[in-house]
Design a protein around this ligand. Structure first.
Ligand SMILES: [Zn+2]
Length: 266
C-alpha cells in the first residue's frame, strides 16, 4: 500500500519535470524574428481504433479526411509552413507517439482533430480543447473516452507508467503547463471556434479545458478540435459530406493562418 503510494508520488514528480522546465523555456514567439513554420496535424484514432461511431460513419475516417484537407490548404496558402502528419492513412500511432512526433520535429504548433459523440442524440456543435483541468467533472466523460485509446495499445501498463485513463486520480499529475504555451493554445482555440461559428455557421460550444493525454506532452501550443457530434444524425451527415469536410478544414486552416499572423506580429 505504502509502496504504491510512494511510487505514485515519485511518478507524479517525474512526469511533472517537462512542465517545470517548460515554464523556464523562453517563448519563441516573444522574439521578434519568430516565424511559425512547422505544424503537426494529428488525425485522431486510426487503424484498429475507430474512435466514436456514428450510425454510418467512423470518427477515424472523418478526422483523417479533414486533417488531410487542412494540410493541403496550409501547403497551398502558407508555403513557408512545413506540415507533418502523425498519420496520413488508416494507421494507429499511439497516444504517446503523436505528441512525440511534434516534440522530435520541434514543431511550433500541434493540432489534434477529432469528432464527438454523446448519449444525448440531440447534442451538437463544435468545441476546442486546450490542456487544463478547469470544469474537470463536466468534461470527464469525453476526456476519459479519448484517453481510453491507451487501453487498446500493447503494453500500455509499462508505456504509460500506471496512468489509468478511467481513474480521476490519475489526472492529478496533469496540472502543470507552461503559461505561454497555455495562452497561445487558447488564442488558437478561440480562432478555431470563431471560424466555425462565424464563417461556417456551426454551433460553437466554446473553448474548453481537458486533460487529454495527447495535449499533455507536446512542448508547444496545442489544441484538440472536436468537429461535431457523430451521434447527432444531422451533424453526422454534414461531417460525412465533402462540402462539410471542406468547410471545417478551411475554417481550421484560416484559424491557423490568423494565429500565425498574430503571433509573428508580437
Ligand atoms: Zn476522438
Amino acid at each position: 500500500m505504502e509502496r504504491s503510494k510512494n511510487k505514485k508520488i515519485l511518478l507524479s514528480l517525474i512526469l511533472s519535470i517537462p512542465f517545470v522546465f517548460g515554464g523556464f523555456i523562453t517563448n519563441d514567439s516573444m522574439t521578434p524574428s519568430f516565424k511559425m513554420t512547422k505544424i503537426v496535424l494529428d488525425a485522431g484514432h486510426g487503424g484498429k481504433d475507430p474512435g466514436n461511431l456514428g450510425s454510418r460513419s467512423k470518427e477515424k475516417d472523418i478526422n483523417l479526411a479533414v486533417t488531410l484537407l487542412v494540410g493541403k490548404y496550409i501547403k497551398e496558402n502558407l508555403p513557408d509552413v512545413e506540415v507533418i502528419y502523425t498519420r496520413d492513412d488508416d494507421s494507429f500511432p499511439t497516444l504517446k507517439e503523436r505528441p512525440m512526433i511534434a516534440n522530435n520535429n520541434k514543431a511550433h504548433l500541434f493540432v489534434s482533430i477529432h469528432s464527438n459523440s454523446a448519449a444525448n442524440k440531440s447534442a451538437f456543435g463544435t468545441e476546442t480543447f486546450v490542456m487544463g483541468t478547469k470544469h474537470f467533472d463536466a468534461n470527464f466523460d469525453i476526456v476519459k473516452r479519448e484517453n481510453s485509446v491507451i487501453l487498446l495499445e500493447d503494453n500500455y501498463e509499462e508505456n504509460y507508467e500506471g496512468f489509468d485513463p478511467k481513474s480521476p486520480e490519475s489526472y492529478m499529475m496533469f496540472n502543470l503547463m507552461s503559461k505561454v504555451h497555455f495562452e497561445n493554445s487558447v488564442t488558437l482555440a478561440d480562432h478555431v471556434e470563431t471560424q466555425f461559428k462565424d464563417r461556417v455557421g456551426r454551433k460553437s460550444r466554446g473553448v474548453k479545458q481537458g486533460p487529454f493525454y495527447v495535449l499533455w506532452t507536446p512542448s508547444m501550443p496545442s489544441v484538440l478540435v472536436e468537429l461535431g457530434f457523430l451521434s447527432n444524425s444531422t451533424e453526422e451527415q454534414f461531417l460525412m459530406s465533402q462540402q462539410g469536410k471542406e468547410y471545417m478544414a478551411s475554417a481550421i486552416y484560416r484559424s491557423i493562418r490568423d494565429y500565425k499572423e498574430s503571433i509573428e506580429k508580437n
